[in-house]
Design a protein around this ligand. Structure first.
Ligand SMILES: Nc1ncnc2c1ncn2[C@@H]1O[C@H](COP(=O)(O)OP(=O)(O)O)[C@@H](O)[C@H]1O
Ligand SMILES: [Mg+2]
Length: 308
């Protein structure tokens, strides 16, 4: 849809929701809502709770800008609801959203397409630690819930005791756990907008681990933009980020996380609804590419559709 057409529509910014990333989503949603109002759209902020379907119908919503993170929003469920209601929505469709929400499913697809991702084992609730230990060749390992975000439930473990503690922690978030080779880094993230890579950001958490606090507390992480990488490596990373976006079937904006190790690099995950506060990573990268926040929000909005 063109911007002129969209300006005549009643747009909902879906935010908040039911996931552990609710607070971050409210910030994303508020920033997007403000930008849309400033750009002259009829935008309404909606907290996407259990009554979402009723709210959308009652308010006569014609287009949805999804600013939700995590489950019930980034995972294909809200996308499915919007498909049923016939409301065009931003970002990836049902399948890409649900696949990328699950880090195990994502990694299997990346491997199928020969895109690099750290070696891993899968642990399910109820399985024995001994069986897992027998399959793990070395430490350190990274333990993470398969379907969570914002580094919630993620730990780096250096021995069997820590592995057990890490699994217990991750099991609080999900029954499916990913146990992955730990790559020393540097860590980079690459925004992809409409199939094109944005400048690469290198994240340097001051405490060494890019956890929830390092992600969302001002001053806890240094961001190098553009990432000071060798130009050939830089280009290859951007290409693989675009390939990952494509093979996973993403649309609109996404952010692909990588760990770099020498000349090699490994894809950790793809976020189909990256944080969108004015200081979040995707807007930072877009701005470096000459796309200001208000323009970024409108580009994402223009991609709204169904049956993606
Ligand atoms: N295999 C790994 N090696 C080293 N660090 C990792 C690895 N996997 C995750 N991490 C660290 O944990 C953070 C969160 O992991 P990630 O897979 O991006 O999940 P999410 O951002 O959804 O919580 C990363 O940003 C990175 O700092
Ligand atoms: Mg991540």
């Amino acid at each position: 849809m063109t911007r002129e057409e969209l300006k005549k529509k009643k747009i909902a910014v879906l935010m908040g929701g039911l996931s552990a990333e609710r607070e971050v989503s409210l910030k994303t949603g508020q920033a997007v809502h403000k930008a849309l109002l400033q750009a002259g759209y009829q935008a309404l902020a909606i907290d996407a709770g259990r009554d979402l379907a009723t709210r959308l119908v009652e308010e006569g919503i014609e287009v949805a800008f999804i600013a939700l993170h995590g489950r019930y929003g980034e995972d294909g469920t809200v996308q499915g609801l919007l498909e049923v209601l016939g409301i065009p929505y931003t970002g990836s469709g049902v399948l890409a959203s649900s696949v990328t929400m699950d880090k195990v499913a994502t990694k299997k697809l990346l491997l199928y397409h020969e895109l690099p991702t750290p070696a891993f084992e899968v642990f399910r609730k109820g399985q024995s630690l001994e069986t897992l230990l027998a399959r793990c060749r070395h430490f350190p390992l990274v333990v993470k819930p398969a379907r969570e975000g914002s580094t919630i439930g993620v730990s780096i473990v250096k021995n069997a005791d820590q592995l057990q503690a890490g699994l217990e922690d991750a099991l609080k978030c999900d029954e499916l756990i990913l146990v992955e080779d730990c790559i020393q880094g540097p860590e980079v993230t690459i925004g992809v907008l409409d199939g094109k890579a944005l400048p690469i950001i290198q994240v340097v958490p001051k405490g060494g681990f890019y956890d929830y606090q390092a992600k969302y507390t001002k001053g806890q992480t240094e961001y190098l933009l553009p990432a000071p990488l060798d130009p050939t490596l830089y280009e290859r990373l951007q290409q693989v980020a675009v390939n990952a976006f494509e093979v996973l079937g993403c649309s609109g904006a996404a952010r692909v996380d990588f760990m770099v190790s020498g000349r090699e690099f490994f894809c950790l995950e793809v976020n189909t609804i990256p944080g969108m506060t004015e200081t979040s990573l995707l807007p930072k990268a877009a701005s470096e590419a000459g796309i200001p926040f208000k323009e970024l929000v409108q580009r994402i909005l223009e991609g709204a559709g169904t049956e993606k």
